[in-house]
Design a protein around this ligand. Structure first.
Ligand code: 5AD
Ligand code: SF4
Length: 481
C-alpha cells in the first residue's frame, strides 16, 4: 500500500481508500445481497450511500462479505493515475471470483466508469455493468439486463440530477458525523483535473431537501454534518450563473444562506463544508461562519500552487496575491479559523523558482493540514492537450518531499498553539489505541484524545477538554468539566 500517513497531513492515493459499505435493507427483500466498495473522495462515499438506498428499495440486502454477494459494485476514482491502477487490480481479482461464480454481477460506478465508458466492458471484459455518476437510478434496470444475459451501460451525464429525493442509507448506523451532498459536478475546468469530464456540469440541490436530510440526521443522533460539493461557494438554487432569478415564484438560495439554514436546525448540530474555491469564496460566507458557534471554524481552501504563472496554467482563476487576500479575510472574520489546503508538485513547466513560491506561500499561511500530490497527467484534460508533462518524476518527488516536510512542521506548530486552551470536543468513540481513552474532534477539526477517568461518556456528546500536549497528528488533553 502506498499511503504515507502523516497524521492529518496525508499524501493520499485515493485508490487505497477502498472500503466496504454495509447497510441493512428495509422493506421487501429479494433474497439477493449487494457488496459495494468505494474509492476516492468523500463525494464517492456519499454516492455509495445513495446507491445503497436505491438498491435496498429494490429488495437487496447489503453485505460486508464479498463472497456472499450476488452483485458487486465498485465506486471508483480517476483523479490520479495510481487511483485507477489500484481499481484495475481489484477488478482483476473480481474477475477471478466470477470464474468460480459465473452468476455474480460485477459493476463499475463513478468517475472511472464515466471516463472509460464501454472499454472496460468490451475490450477488457473486466465488468458486466458500467454506470456513471448520474446513472444510479438506473442501476436496478442495469442489473436486470445483466441477469438477462446482456452487458449494461449507462454513462449519460445529466444537467439536473441531484438525487435530491433519495435518502441516503447511512454507512455507519448510530454514527455521529455524516456527509450531505449539496451539489454535483464542476464547471471550473482547472487544467489538471478530470472531474468536469467525469461528473459533468455543476448543479445545486434543492435547499429544502438538504435541510430535511440534516434535520433527520440530527433526530437520528448525528451531531455533525459536512455539506459536500466540488465547489461549495458556487452553490446557488433558483439562480443562473449570471445571478438571474430562474423562477420568480421560488426563493433563491446561495451558499451563505444555505449554511445559515442548516446552522439554525440546532445549536447542537455542527456544520462543516468542503470544498471551497479561492476564486469564489465570498465574505458573506465568512460572516455567517463568524455568526454561528456551531459552524466549525475550519476551511479547506485548495491553493494548488503558490505561483501566479503556474496558477494561470492551471486555469485556477486567481493569483497568489488574490489567494493571500482571501486568507487575510478569513483571519479578519474568524481569527481562530483552521485552514487546510491541497498542493500539487511538479505541474507542467514548473520551475525551481515557481516551486519555491509554493514553499514561501506555505510559510505565509502556515496551514493546519494539507493534502499533497505529485502531478499526474490525465487524459482529455486541458493540461494534457496544451502543455507537456515535462517535470521529471524524481524532481516532482523531491519537491513533494520538501512540501511535506514543511507541512509537518506547520501542523506541529498549529497544534502546539492549541496547548493550554480548553475546547469543545464532539465525542466520536473509544480511542483506537487505548480502551482507557476516548477521542473526538474540536471545531478546528483536530483529533483530541483524552482519558475517560470514570467519566460517563456517550458517542455524540459534547465535552470541554483542556489541551495539555500534542503531536503533529493529535491533541492530547483531559476533561475540564
Ligand atoms: N494530479 C495530481 N493531483 C490532482 N488533483 C486533481 N487532479 C490532479 C492531478 N491530475 C488534486 C488537487 C485537487 C485534489 C482533490 O486532487 O489538488 O484539489
Ligand atoms: Fe477539479 Fe478544479 Fe473542479 Fe476542483 S474546482 S473538481 S480541481 S476542476
Amino acid at each position: 500500500m502506498s499511503t504515507i500517513d502523516l497524521g492529518r497531513n496525508k499524501v493520499i492515493d485515493e485508490s487505497i481508500q477502498g472500503e466496504a459499505t454495509i447497510i441493512q435493507a428495509e422493506g421487501q427483500k429479494n433474497g439477493k445481497k449487494l457488496y459495494v466498495e468505494s474509492y476516492g473522495c468523500q463525494m464517492n462515499f456519499s454516492d455509495s450511500e445513495v446507491v445503497a438506498s436505491i438498491m435496498t428499495k429494490e429488495g437487496y440486502e447489503t453485505t460486508r462479505n464479498m463472497d456472499e454477494a450476488d452483485v458487486v459494485l465498485i465506486n471508483t476514482c480517476s483523479i490520479r493515475e495510481n487511483a485507477e491502477t489500484r481499481v484495475r487490480n481489484r477488478l482483476t481479482e473480481f474477475k477471478k471470483k466470477k470464474e468460480d461464480n459465473p452468476g455474480l454481477v460485477v459493476g463499475i460506478l463513478g468517475c472511472m466508469a464515466e471516463r472509460l465508458k464501454k472499454s472496460l466492458l468490451e475490450e477488457e471484459k473486466l465488468v458486466d455493468l458500467v454506470a456513471g455518476p448520474d446513472a444510479y437510478r438506473d442501476l436496478p434496470n442495469l442489473v436486470n439486463e445483466v441477469e438477462g444475459g446482456q452487458r449494461a451501460v449507462n454513462v449519460l451525464l445529466s444537467r439536473d440530477e441531484t438525487y435530491a429525493d433519495i435518502s441516503p442509507v447511512r454507512l455507519d448506523q448510530g454514527g455521529v458525523s455524516a456527509f450531505v451532498t449539496i451539489m454535483r459536478g464542476c464547471d471550473n475546468m482547472c487544467s489538471f483535473c478530470v472531474v468536469p469530464f467525469t461528473r459533468g456540469r455543476e448543479r445545486s440541490r434543492d435547499p429544502q431537501t438538504i435541510v430535511k436530510e440534516c434535520e433527520e440526521l440530527f433526530q437520528n443522533g448525528y451531531r455533525e454534518v459536512t455539506l459536500l460539493g466540488q465547489n461549495v461557494d458556487s452553490y446557488r438554487f433558483n439562480l443562473s450563473s449570471k445571478g438571474e432569478i430562474k423562477d420568480v415564484n421560488l426563493p433563491t438560495t446561495n451558499f451563505a444562506q444555505l449554511m445559515e439554514m442548516v446552522a439554525l436546525i440546532s445549536p447542537d448540530l455542527r456544520v462543516r463544508f468542503s470544498t471551497s474555491h479561492p476564486k469564489d469564496m465570498t465574505d458573506d460566507v465568512l460572516q455567517i461562519m463568524a455568526k454561528y458557534e456551531n459552524i466549525c471554524p475550519y476551511i479547506h481552501l485548495p491553493v494548488q500552487s503558490g505561483n501566479t504563472e503556474v496558477l494561470a496554467r492551471m486555469n485556477r482563476g486567481y493569483s497568489r496575491e488574490w489567494y493571500l487576500e482571501r486568507i487575510e479575510a478569513i483571519r479578519k472574520y474568524i481569527p481562530d479559523c483552521a485552514i487546510s489546503t491541497d498542493i500539487i508538485s511538479g505541474f507542467c513547466g514548473e520551475t525551481e523558482e515557481e516551486h519555491q513560491d509554493t514553499l514561501s506561500l506555505m510559510d505565509l499561511v502556515q496551514y493546519d493540514y494539507a493534502y499533497m500530490f505529485k502531478y499526474s497527467e490525465r487524459p482529455k484534460t486541458l493540461a494534457e492537450r496544451r502543455f507537456e508533462d515535462d517535470v521529471p518524476d524524481d524532481v516532482k518527488s523531491r519537491r513533494l518531499t520538501e512540501i511535506i516536510d514543511k507541512q509537518q512542521k506547520h501542523s506541529l506548530l498549529a497544534h502546539q498553539k492549541q496547548v493550554g486552551r480548553t475546547d469543545k470536543v464532539l465525542i466520536e468513540g473509544l480511542s483506537k489505541r487505548s480502551k482507557e481513552h476516548i477521542c473526538g474532534r474540536n471545531g478546528r477539526n483536530a483529533m483530541v484524545v483524552f482519558p475517560i477517568n470514570g467519566y460517563d461518556w456517550k458517542k455524540g456528546q459534547y465535552v470541554q477538554v483542556k489541551i495539555t500536549d500534542c503531536t503533529s497528528a493529535t491533541l492530547l488533553g483531559e476533561i475540564a468539566e
